[in-house]
Design a binder for this molecule. Structure first.
Ligand code: PLP
Length: 459
């Protein structure tokens, strides 16, 4: 695109677009970054500059950009059945085939799938199913939902309430009061002096136990958990946390909901994060990697036990009155199925595990000794690099100093995209599962250069 066309487009963007999760004033002064093409792990801006996208869009382009077979699957479905709804017992072959495929790879016990359009609506659906499930069993007061600090579950009214990042509540009357908040399970930033991981874990579970006791289990419907917190900092709980959590919740008839919107579909080197981390979900939300971002689609899963309650309630209740215009969209289902088959055919889940191990090894080799890097965490092709102002004291930089933004901007100047997570001074990495070892080397070296360039002069 030539310069004058680009200037015009940027001016038009400012005139007509309200950007999601963006600073309006920064946009008005700097303009948007106009992305016009992408292939493999690379994105290309309007001036033809190419970047290694080590975030996979927003943690979602698992199969990589520009896959012809995915475009073809969409085209074929759109030509055959561009759309028909799935309300009032309507269906289509694509959603049935997809659900069968998904249930064959889903964690044990999950038996039914509900389709929507994105991660927020999948979580929203599961909040409502949790309420519905309890109400149908006569437990109408079971309404509260527990979520953790630093969680990210979406930005709809209900899911922004579950989200435990203050920025998503500012100047909105949120969180709604159905949400109960508990500690973020991050040992590095939350452990007390002298506490070991097992004690930290015990303290977290005790806190939840006390919350259940003071609130009354009869008032609590569910607990939402990302197996590994993504946007909140790539945070994995201490060993044994999910097993203890599940036992506690089961004792109190509280459903455990796994938010696998980021972890699902190979990101951690297994189809889903829950089995890897010992999390046994009663319900599970997925989106993003379901279609590798080629179509806005989500899949929310429930166990057969939950299903039985819904089924038994149906005669007296009539319709399950929840759904979206695009639930079970044939084009989305076709591309999701083609995407899962592609991940299988190319062995990309195993590759995420192998190249993920290489990524973590390289990050440790190059950054462990860096005075501004306190912790490297994550699994598979999901990684977080914790920036610290004082490594010995584990002191994070002041938010106002904007270290993650400065470093990610410098990384971008070197031709690589990483995601700054300002609330925990972390840089997030979540590339397409097709990333090569050479591209991982490029990414790690860019990170090292940018950290040294940006932070050494500041300290
Ligand atoms: N849950 C998690 C763990 C996420 O990371 C996200 C988005 O990043 C969501 C839910 C919300 O998904 P969406 O933006 O598609 O509504």
């Amino acid at each position: 695109m030539d310069d004058s066309d680009l200037k015009k487009l940027i001016a038009e963007d400012a005139d007509v677009i309200l950007h999601p999760a963006s600073s309006i004033s920064a946009l008005l002064s700097n303009g948007p970054q106009m992305i016009c093409a992408a292939d493999g792990c690379m994105i290309e801006d309007a001036q033809g500059r190419r970047y290694l996208d080590a975030v996979g869009g927003l943690w979602c382009v698992n199969a990589g950009y520009g896959r012809a077979e995915l475009a073809q699957a969409m085209k074929e479905a759109a030509e055959k059945l561009s759309y028909y709804h799935t309300f009032s017992n309507a269906s289509n072959p694509w959603q049935v085939q997809l659900a069968e495929k998904l249930l064959s790879i889903a964690p044990a016990g999950l038996g039914k799938v509900f389709f929507g359009s994105g991660g927020s609506d999948a979580n929203d659906t599961l909040i409502k199913i949790a309420w519905h499930y309890h109400a149908l069993r006569g437990q109408h007061k079971k309404i509260k939902v527990i979520a953790r600090q630093q969680a990210y579950h979406g930005t709809s009214v209900s899911t922004a309430s579950l989200t435990g990042l203050g920025g998503f509540h500012k100047e909105f009357p949120l969180p709604l009061d159905f949400v109960l908040r508990v500690e973020c399970p991050h040992f590095y930033t939350r452990a007390l002096p002298g506490e070991d991981e097992a004690q930290f874990c015990e303290r977290l579970i005790d806190e939840i136990r006390q919350l259940i006791n003071t609130t009354g289990a009869e008032n609590i419907a569910a607990f939402f958990a990302e197996p590994i917190h993504a946007a909140g900092g790539i945070i994995e709980p201490p060993a044994g946390y999910y097993q203890k959590l599940k036992a506690l919740l089961a004792e109190h008839d509280i459903l455990l909901v796994a938010d696998e919107v980021v972890c699902g579909y190979g990101r951690l080197g297994s189809w889903f994060g829950s089995p890897l981390l010992g999390l046994e979900p009663d319900m599970m939300a997925t989106a993003k990697g379901l279609t590798s971002g080629y179509f806005p689609m989500s899949a929310a899963f429930i166990t057969n036990e939950v299903w039985q309650v819904l089924k038994q309630g149906s005669d007296k209740l009539g319709a399950f009155s929840h759904g979206y215009t695009y639930s079970g969209h044939p084009v989305g289902a076709a591309v999701a199925l083609a995407n899962i088959e592609l991940l299988e055919r190319e062995g990309l889940v195993d590759k995420a595990r192998e190249n993920g191990a290489y990524l973590h090894q390289r990050l440790h080799d190059v950054l462990d000794s860096n005075p501004y890097v306190g912790e490297i965490r994550g699994r598979g092709l999901l990684a977080g690099v914790q920036l610290v102002a004082d490594k010995a004291q584990r002191r994070l930089p002041d938010a106002g100093d904007k270290w993650p933004l400065k470093v990610s901007n410098a990384v971008r100047e070197l031709g690589v995209i990483v995601r700054p997570l300002p609330s925990v001074a972390t840089l997030a990495i979540s590339p397409p599962l097709t990333i090569s070892c050479e591209q991982i080397d490029t990414l790690v070296m860019a990170l090292q250069t940018a950290i040294n360039q940006q932070l050494a002069p500041l300290s």
